[in-house]
Write a protein that binds this ligand. Structure first.
Ligand SMILES: *Cc1c(COP(=O)(O)O)cnc(C)c1O
Length: 391
């Protein structure tokens, strides 16, 4: 398979730039942004200041840290993200990282180049591109309204499956029963699951699992990736973690440890102290408030767009909404461009609102656009009002 040029966000930026140059008075609002906008919470800022002061004193200065992360953070992760939910994870199974993008991209180094890799379609591009760079074959599992965005078990032999829930880009989730089917399939067929839980903190519904290890047998077949990026606004701070159980059917814990000790020198002490702070009582309360702020945007977007007649998926347990593109113009799409790009153009030119064309996330994304709830309330409401006025 060929590596795509992956000019999605560059193409979008170019189109937005061109529009702004032609329409300098237009106030363009982006609902396409995949980055957070709210600042770090006070508990995190305080922890960063304190850690910086420690670094300036001989007695408390820290140099190279342990490659797998400091015990204070690994223990906080185990206690709060696992034991508090009745899940048995050991600190030796936690690998602190500089974020989930690097780990989801790098973990494939432990696989043979012959491995066949399944991904959902649409998909977070990192899983595909990192494996294509290694020369592996990719099997795409379409997720559309027709199958309620629940990927079907592959019809052919695959070795690895990447699952991301709550999902980027569709904002949809799997129930515990739906996820258990994947775990059962993986165990029966010696398949490894790479589970990306980057949006776990946005889950509001009761029956949506926060971790794949809520299904106990998953300890034998699944690696789980976490990030503080969306949970606590760490996109610029950089910190995440990966769980590699010692009970996996293949001994990846030792291998990943070996790989990390060779190629990674650990996450900065400051980032790890900052991450530790989100597990304090104040930190928990503060990050919950920021997530509630984004989820209020999501609720407003969902209700308003549905009220306008749009078909909207996601947005209840994730900061993303996956919106079916309506047929706005009877004219045929420009050559090579499907309805998601046409709708993108309409939104930009009519409402001065930026969205992300679904086709950019894979062929099954055609016919949808992704909107994000990461904007401010004011900008989000203004964008919705403009769409309403222009329809
Ligand atoms: C944002 C995001 C991440 C987090 O990446 P970081 O490197 O931790 O910032 C991981 N997976 C998905 C699907 C994401 O959208």
């Amino acid at each position: 398979m060929e590596l795509s040029g992956n000019y999605l966000f560059a193409d979008i930026a170019k189109k937005v730039q061109a529009f702004k140059e032609e329409n300098p008075e237009a106030n363009v609002i982006s609902l396409g942004i995949g980055d957070v906008t709210q600042p770090l919470c006070p508990a995190v800022v305080e922890a960063l200041h304190k850690a910086a002061d420690e670094m300036g004193q001989t007695a408390t200065f820290r140099g190279y840290g342990p490659e797998r992360g400091y015990d204070f953070l690994r223990n906080a992760i185990v206690e709060n993200d696992y034991r508090a939910r009745g899940i048995d994870i050991d600190a030796e199974e936690v690998f602190v990282s500089d974020g989930a993008k690097s780990d989801t991209g790098n973990f494939q180094e432990l696989l043979s180049d012959e491995c066949v890799v399944a991904v959902t379609d649409p998909v977070y591009p990192v899983y595909v591109d990192s494996n294509v760079m290694a020369g592996r074959r990719i099997v795409k599992l379409p997720c559309t309204a027709e199958n309620s965005f629940v990927p079907g078990i592959p019809g052919e032999r695959v070795d690895v499956v990447y699952l991301c829930y709550p999902n980027n880009p569709t904002g949809t989730t799997l129930t515990k029963d739906q996820l258990k089917k994947w775990v059962d399939y993986a165990l029966r067929n010696d398949v490894l699951i790479f589970y990306d839980a980057a949006y776990e903190a946005f889950i509001q519904s009761e029956n949506v699992p926060h971790s794949i290890y809520e299904i106990p047998e998953a300890r034998r077949c699944a690696v789980e990736f976490h990030s503080f990026s969306k949970t606590a606004g760490f996109t610029g701070v950089r910190c995440g973690y990966t769980i590699v159980p010692k009970t996996l059917n293949v001994p990846l814990n030792r291998l990943w440890s070996r790989r990390q000790c060779t190629k990674f020198n650990g996450t900065s002490y400051l980032s790890q102290r900052a991450a530790e702070a989100i597990y304090t009582p104040e930190g928990k309360k503060q990050i919950r408030a920021t997530i509630a702020y984004y989820m209020e945007n999501a609720r407003l977007m969902r209700e308003t767009l549905t009220g306008m007649g749009f078909t909207v998926y996601g947005g209840t347990d994730a900061p993303y909404l996956w919106v079916k593109t309506p047929s706005l113009t009877p004219a045929p799409a420009p050559k090579g461009e499907g309805s998601s790009w046409r709708f993108f153009d309409w939104m930009l030119h009519s409402a001065h609102v930026v969205c992300t064309p679904g086709a950019g996330f894979g062929p099954s994304g055609e016919g949808y656009v992704r909107l994000t709830a990461f904007g401010t309330h004011e900008a989000t409401m203004e964008a919705l009002q403009r769409i309403k006025n222009k329809l």
